[in-house]
Design a protein around this ligand. Structure first.
Ligand code: ADP
Ligand code: MG
Length: 276
């Protein structure tokens, strides 16, 4: 895992898909942990009021904890809410508390309501290689804040019927935000999640996604794995919960592919984990 190239500038990746249950949070925390284990400094921004990413990283996020709500609505500096993730060096989290459920409404009347996260990130002075933003399953102001703050969109797609349905709306929002607020924004990465290579449906969906998106689709896909789904209840990512599991290896490999693509190195797939 040592020796992966680090990006010249912080890569801000927005993990979005307005469908729930497609693996946004799972992908955010496990990719973040993988990148950190590869030697990068990584911040996870939990932008979902459910706080599932915070939970999965073992970060306290009860109502009194300083959180991303305070950053977005009260203009608290990001540095005052960031916590180190236990057990993973170089990994940090800005947690979400239940307060965030009200932010979607409260933001409406604030100045620069779409760019509050962007400003907070720009003012954050700690060196970081990656910021991964876990979005809620909607296209409201929280997700818009993420799309304004980041240059890259990472879309996890679950290999199921209707996998592409609803993505048009997300892609239109990406175009709108690019046109009006953030010219650098683009869909850089598609990751197939919960892939079961034994079923014809999964491989059909994977083919469909690859022909629709082409190069953005990572060659590494994430298999369905019980270990991945168990890890959050221990406040751990699968990378520390069961490092040798197929789920851990596939996220570790996806992180490697993302890091190499980021510096323009063609991914050879040499170490690719063939999920089943
Ligand atoms: P989202 O954030 O898009 O709503 P989650 O990441 O919370 O989706 O995933 C939805 C559910 O699927 C969770 O219970 C999670 O543990 C489970 N899950 C996600 N990825 C996998 C996987 N590769 N294998 C097995 N279960 C998974
Ligand atoms: Mg989620």
């Amino acid at each position: 895992g040592e020796g992966l190239p680090r990006p010249e500038q912080t890569r801000v990746m927005v993990v979005a898909n307005q469908k729930g249950g497609v693996g946004k949070t799972t992908t955010t925390v496990n990719l973040a942990a993988s990148l950190a284990l590869h030697g990068a400094r990584v911040l996870v921004v939990d932008l979902d009021p459910q706080g599932n990413a915070s939970t999965a990283l073992g970060i306290d996020h009860h109502a009194e904890v300083p959180s991303i709500y305070d950053v977005l609505v009260e203009s608290k500096p990001l540095a005052e809410v960031v916590q180190p993730v236990p057990d993973v060096e170089g990994l940090f989290c800005a947690p979400a508390t239940i307060d965030l459920a009200g932010a979607e409404i409260e933001l409406v009347s604030l100045v620069a309501r779409e760019s509050r996260l962007q400003r907070a990130i720009q003012a954050y002075e700690q060196p970081l290689d990656y910021i991964l933003i876990d979005c809620p399953p909607s296209l409201g102001l929280l997700t818009v804040n993420a799309l304004v703050a980041g240059a890259e969109v990472l879309i996890p797609i679950q290999c199921e019927y209707y996998a592409l349905e609803g993505l048009g709306q997300l892609l239109r929002n990406v175009d709108l935000v690019r046109g009006h607020l953030n010219p650098a924004l683009h869909v850089s990465t598609i990751l197939l999640t919960m892939y079961d290579g034994r079923t014809r449906l999964a491989s059909q969906v994977a083919d469909e996604v690859r022909s629709h998106f082409g190069n953005e689709v990572l060659r590494t896909s994430i298999p369905r794995s019980v270990r991945i789904s168990e890890a959050p209840s221990y406040g751990q990512t699968v990378l520390t919960y069961d490092p040798g599991s197929s789920g851990a290896l596939s996220y570790f490999e996806a992180a490697r592919e993302i890091a190499l693509r980021g510096v323009g190195v063609t991914y050879d797939g040499e170490h690719a984990h063939m999920g089943t």
